[in-house]
Ligand binder design. Structure first.
Ligand SMILES: Cc1ncc(C[n+]2csc(CCOP(=O)(O)OP(=O)(O)O)c2C)c(N)n1
Ligand SMILES: [Mg+2]
Length: 672
């Protein structure tokens, strides 16, 4: 449908959509940066969605039963900000729109998760929004199974561009959604045939409808500028028992006389002349950032539409029994059950006494038996390594279309899709996701892991086979740089527990960290229990602590994590036997140790003694603890990997790479 037809046949719709278009065009011009083309192209789709379908209430942005709207094509952020402003989200004022992309504004270059302002998830890296939305739809089904459709009954809508669909992560996401029959997930594809380099056919000729259909989706198409056709497609999509994709044929930069349908509309201001001509073509006479009263009123009516259904929902929530309502409210708030801490303490006590040597991946499974029994909102899973990651505990049940009450998700061999889905589960709220793969394959998930950290999502990554200790699978599977890589991420706890007790502590911290995701790096090989003296206190919460003190004068401090703490303890025994007083510091979480006050850090790492760190990974990053923190380069050493590992039995590998108690003791003696 062209603009003159639209203006004639749907005048009110046209002006509402034009308001979104003009806001985007003007804000991008004012910021002198941004992406006007996508909002101008998708304004009709967004208007119909918000006016006739989306369940939302700007006066209660965090209403748990709202529909989720995800702008996966995050570069078109002005479309989202315009919608939030026009429908009346209190946090999204015209001042914020005027400050688009400015420091400290709520209108960042790309949407950054802020549910209080109606921004459900962080997008910008293409494809992430779509894959995150899959997790939101999973969480919705899971919560509906737990609490009933009377209080959990919403949809997840996504706007995705060509870029989102070209990214590899989209394949993982749509395949997972198709298998899971996530019928409340609706993806609106901005089918405009243009991306940054020019026409999409420069690089892609995929039949997207056929691709989605092949993955088990219901596929639809519409003229993305015709409100009646958009409405028809959305209505059909909602009626489907499968996830639905709607190919919305649109024109990027709709109405821009020289730039429509070209790459020039994608990512730069249109310029004053083009903007003036667009105003004429649109029939828009208002100045920048001014919305005519009648159009404003019409948008406000759209924003007010959800208040009745929210009131009705409040009534239904109130009609639940007190216990069920309290439980619903607890999981929504993210608070853990009251008995969680006691359960972990009891587990630790039993393990300190029992002293059973197991791999920490097994320790993690043992902890999860406790956690999953006490915390009913966990949703576990693995990227096809369930038996290796030890992520499945008894009685969880498998989440699938026939059993939405199941709490274990077979994510398939889709690390990136799993990580993004977990972000979506966490962002949705009401459930706590954890998922496993090998540590080395965190590379395949990292795009989404970075967003976990940036968004502050409570996601737990169970990453097993954390070193050459995995043995025969060889260097393709042996992480060496991954700990450093993950430690480099801001706002990510990287735990490498040394035994079952530390593993329990890591889980306790991870689940209690509402705004920080966690990695648990776990071994394949057995490790002895080193924390044989029980304390209710979570020692790992300080990041590092003195596990064994020097007897006599302290001349050496050994720093170690995970499986190498055992090696440090053996080295200590050898050194002490020679009269060299040696302290062992276990460092399960660098980030938490770095966050301690200096007095504590100085107590653990005083100046003076030589320091040797041992970790079956690259040295990268250890300088901070060896040379910084009152240390000195000439009194510091590192025992660990220097390059890639090798295929072979574990004992031979540790010897081959010189990660042994003898090597640690020798290094200390050489430094003394
Ligand atoms: C993972 C990722 N790679 C690259 C980019 C840079 N980028 C931003 S938008 C874009 C083109 C997207 O094309 P499309 O989705 O068709 O958007 P349209 O031009 O239609 O608005 C690219 C390559 C990005 N944001 N994320
Ligand atoms: Mg495009």
């Amino acid at each position: 449908m062209n603009i003159s037809e639209l203006r004639e046949r749907h005048p009110t719709h046209w002006m509402k959509a034009a308001a979104l278009r003009v806001l985007a065009m003007d804000a991008v011009q004012a910021a002198n940066s941004g992406h006007p083309g996508m909002p101008m192209g998708m304004a009709d789709v967004a208007t119909v969605l918000f006016e006739r379908h989306l369940k939302f209430d700007p006066s209660a942005p965090d209403w748990p039963d709202r529909d989720r709207f995800v702008l996966s094509a995050g570069h078109g952020s002005m479309l989202l900000y315009g919608l939030l402003y026009l429908t009346g989200y209190p946090g999204m004022t015209i001042e914020e729109i005027k400050r688009f992309r400015q420091l400290g504004s709520k209108t960042e270059g790309h949407p950054e998760r802020h549910p209080g302002n109606g921004i459900e998830t962080t997008t910008g890296p293409l494809g992430q929004g779509l894959a995150t939305a899959v997790g939101m739809a999973i969480a919705e089904e899971s919560l509906a199974a737990r609490f009933g459709r009377r209080v959990v009954d919403h949809h997840t809508y996504v706007i995705a561009g060509d870029g989102c669909l070209m990214e590899g992560i989209s394949h993982e996401a749509i395949a997972l959604a198709g298998k899971q029959k996530l019928s409340r997930l609706i993806v609106m594809w901005d089918d405009n045939g243009i991306s940054i380099d020019g026409k999409v056919i420069l690089s892609d000729i995929t039949d997207q409808m056929a691709r989605f259909a092949a993955a088990g989706w219901s596929v639809h198409a519409c003229d993305g500028h015709d409100p009646e056709d958009i409405d028809r497609a959305l209505t059909e999509a909602k009626a489907s028992t499968l996830p639905a994709m709607i190919a919305c044929r649109t024109h990027i930069g709709f109405g821009a006389p020289t730039k429509q349908d070209t790459k020039a509309a994608h990512g730069s201001p249109l310029g004053p002349e083009e903007i003036a001509r667009v105003r004429e073509i649109y029939g828009w006479t208002s100045a920048p950032f001014e919305i005519p009263d009648d159009i404003r009123a019409s948008w406000q009516a759209t924003g007010a539409r959800g208040a009745t259904s929210r009131a009705a929902w409040e009534g239904r929530l109130g009609a639940l029994s007190n216990t069920r309502r309290a439980e619903f409210e607890r999981v929504q708030s993210g608070a853990l059950p009251a008995r969680f801490g006691k359960a972990i303490a009891a587990f630790k006590k039993a393990q300190s006494a029992g002293r059973k040597a197991v791999a920490t991946r097994k320790s993690s499974e043992m902890v999860l038996e406790v956690v999953n029994a006490v915390v009913p909102e966990t949703l576990g899973g693995s990227a096809d390594l369930t038996g290796s990651n030890n992520t499945l505990t008894k009685d969880l049940g498998v989440f699938d279309p026939e059993n939405r009450g199941g709490r274990y998700i077979h994510y398939g061999i889709r690390e990136h899709g799993m990580a993004a889905a977990m972000n979506g589960i966490a962002a949705h709220g009401g459930a706590i996701p954890y998922g496993g793969t090998f540590l080395v394959f965190s590379d395949y998930a990292r795009g989404a892991m970075r967003l976990s950290a940036l968004m502050g999502a409570r996601v737990v990554y169970v990453l097993t086979h954390d070193s050459i200790g995995l043995g025969e699978d060889g260097p393709t599977h042996q992480p060496v740089e991954h700990l450093a890589n993950l430690r480099a991420l801001p706002n990510m706890f990287v735990f490498r527990p040394a035994d079952t007790v530390e593993t329990a502590e890591a889980w306790e911290i991870a689940l209690g960290s509402m705004t920080t995701p966690s990695v648990l790096a776990l071994t394949r090989q057995n490790l002895p229990v080193l924390r044989t003296r029980h304390t209710n206190q979570n020692l790992s919460a300080r990041g590092a602590y003195v596990l064994a003190e020097a007897t006599g004068r302290r001349r050496a401090i050994l720093l170690a994590t995970g499986s190498e703490v055992e090696i440090a303890m053996a080295a200590r025994a050898a050194l002490e036997a020679k009269g060299i007083g040696t302290r062992v510091v276990s460092m399960p979480c660098w980030e938490l140790f770095a966050a301690q006050d200096e007095a504590y850090r100085r107590k653990v790492l005083p100046a003076g003694p030589v320091r040797v760190a041992v970790e079956a990974a690259l040295e990268f990053g250890w300088e901070r603890w060896l040379c910084g923190e009152r240390g000195a380069g000439k009194k510091a050493g590192f025992v660990g990997m220097r390059g890639f590992g090798a295929s072979g039995p574990i004992d031979e590998l540790y010897a081959r790479f010189g990660i042994t108690a003898e090597a640690v003791a020798e290094k200390v003696e050489a430094l003394l």
